[in-house]
Design a protein around this ligand. Structure first.
Ligand code: ADP
Ligand code: AIR
Ligand code: ASP
Length: 337
C-alpha cells in the first residue's frame, strides 16, 4: 500500500487529492463538504464523502465491466480511492435525458420534459468564469484543450455510459435525469473516465414518485439531503449485487422479449388525400359529424433486449430511420412484455 504524504497536492470543493509513492497513482479523499452554484452556496452533508466514495467505486466497476476505461484502481477506505493520475481535460461533459437545472433556465423549458434524444454538451471547467457552456469550435480552436478526434471519442464513450447507467439505474427504480463526467489522459496517453460518479454529479429521480435523490436537495433546500444520499447508496449496492451475481441486464440469460406496436399517422398539418376521401365517403353515407380523419399504419413485432428502455430506444431509432417519415408522419410506440 503506498504511503501518502499528509499534504494534499490539490484541495477541491469536495475532495482532496494526494500523491502516493507511485507517481502514476493518486489518492482521492472524499470530504463531506458540499457546494453549489460554483461554490456560492456552501455546506456539509453528513457522510457524503463515504457515500460518494462507495457509489463511485461501484459505478466505476460497472463502467470497467462494460469496457469503459476509468481511472479507478481501488477503494482503500470508506472515504478514499486510489486512482490513476491523469491530466484532466478541463471540460465538464454533461449528458441530459430529461430537462432540469441549467437547461430549463437557459431555454425556458419545463423541468421534467423528456428530451427527444440524449443531449451531450460541454462546459469549460473554470470556476472563476462560472463554467461557461462551450461550442465545439471554442474547445478546438479557442481553448485548444481537445481536438476533433478526442471530442468524438469522449462523445461516443459518454453516450455509451449513458445507456449503461440508464439500464442499471432503471433496475433499481431510478431515472437518470442528467450527469456530468470528467475525462483525462494518463501517462500512456489513454483517455480515461476520471473524477467521481455520485449524487453530487448525477440527477437521480425515483421512478415512481419523481422524488429527487441527489445534490438538488441541497441546491434547492429540499430537506432530507443525507437521507437521499443514503437511499442512493442502498440502491446502488442492491444493483451491484445483482450484477455481481450474474443477473445483470447485460447478461444474455436476462434478455427479455418485448412486444412492440408502432402506430404511424400523417402529421395533423399534412394533407392526407386517402383520409379525406374516406371522410367524404362517410359523409355521403350520412356520417357528417366525422372530422380530421387520417389513415395511417400499424406495425407490430417482437424485439429481444435487456430492458424496456433499451427496446424503446431501438424502436424509436427504427421509426426515425425507416418505419416512419418524421417530416410528414408522427409515430407512437407501445411496448409490452
Ligand atoms: P473541484 O476541483 O471541481 O472543486 P473536487 O473537489 O472533486 O472538484 O476535486 C477533485 C479534483 O481532482 C477535480 O478538479 C478533478 O478534476 C481532479 N481529478 C479527478 N480525478 C483525477 C485524476 N485521476 N487525476 C488527476 N486529477 C483528478
Ligand atoms: N454538474 C455540473 N457541474 C457540476 C455538476 N455536478 C452536474 C449536475 C447535473 C448536471 O451536471 O449535478 O447532474 C447538469 O447540471 P446543470 O446545472 O448544468 O443543469
Ligand atoms: N459543483 C458545482 C459547485 O460546487 C456546481 C453544482 O454542483 O451546482 O458549485
Amino acid at each position: 500500500m503506498p504511503v501518502a504524504p499528509s499534504k494534499p497536492i490539490y484541495t477541491g470543493k469536495a475532495k482532496d487529492i494526494f500523491e502516493t509513492d507511485d507517481p502514476n497513482i493518486l489518492r482521492a479523499y472524499f470530504r463531506d463538504s458540499a457546494t453549489a452554484f460554483n461554490a456560492q452556496k456552501k455546506g456539509e452533508i453528513q457522510d457524503k464523502g463515504k457515500v460518494n466514495a462507495t457509489i463511485s467505486t461501484l459505478l466505476f466497476q460497472l463502467c470497467e465491466k462494460n469496457n469503459i476505461k476509468t481511472h479507478f484502481v481501488k477503494q482503500i477506505s470508506d472515504r478514499e480511492l486510489l486512482v490513476k493520475r491523469v491530466k484532466i481535460i478541463p471540460l465538464e461533459v454533461i449528458v441530459r435525458n430529461i430537462a432540469a437545472g441549467s437547461l430549463c433556465k437557459r431555454l425556458g423549458i419545463k423541468e421534467g420534459k423528456i428530451l427527444k434524444s440524449p443531449i451531450v454538451e460541454f462546459s469549460y471547467k473554470n470556476d472563476e468564469l462560472g463554467d461557461p457552456l462551450l461550442t465545439r469550435a471554442y474547445i478546438i480552436n479557442a481553448l485548444e484543450v481537445a481536438d476533433d478526434e478526442v471530442l468524438d471519442a469522449i462523445t461516443e464513450l459518454t453516450l455509451r455510459a449513458n445507456e449503461m447507467f440508464k439500464d442499471f439505474f432503471l433496475n433499481i427504480g431510478i431515472k437518470v435525469v442528467d450527469f456530468k463526467l470528467e475525462y483525462g489522459i494518463d501517462s500512456s496517453g489513454t483517455l480515461l473516465l476520471a473524477d467521481e460518479l455520485s449524487p453530487d454529479n448525477f440527477r437521480f429521480w425515483d421512478v415512481k414518485t419523481n422524488e429527487k435523490l441527489d445534490k438538488d436537495r441541497f441546491r434547492q433546500d429540499l430537506g432530507n439531503v443525507e437521507g437521499a444520499y443514503q437511499e442512493m447508496l442502498k440502491r446502488v449496492k442492491e444493483g451491484s449485487h445483482v450484477i455481481a451475481s450474474g443477473l445483470s441486464p447485460r447478461n444474455d440469460a436476462n434478455i427479455k422479449s418485448f412486444s412492440v406496436r408502432v402506430q404511424v399517422l400523417p402529421k395533423s398539418d399534412i394533407l392526407d388525400p386517402q383520409g379525406q376521401a374516406v371522410e367524404k365517403a362517410l359523409s355521403s353515407l350520412g356520417y357528417k359529424t366525422v372530422k380530421d380523419l387520417k389513415i395511417g399504419k400499424e406495425i407490430v413485432f417482437k424485439i429481444n433486449t435487456g430492458s424496456k428502455s433499451e427496446a424503446e430506444k431501438k424502436v424509436k431509432e427504427m421509426c426515425e430511420r425507416l418505419l416512419a417519415n418524421p417530416v410528414i408522419e408522427d409515430f407512437k410506440i407501445e411496448i409490452g412484455q
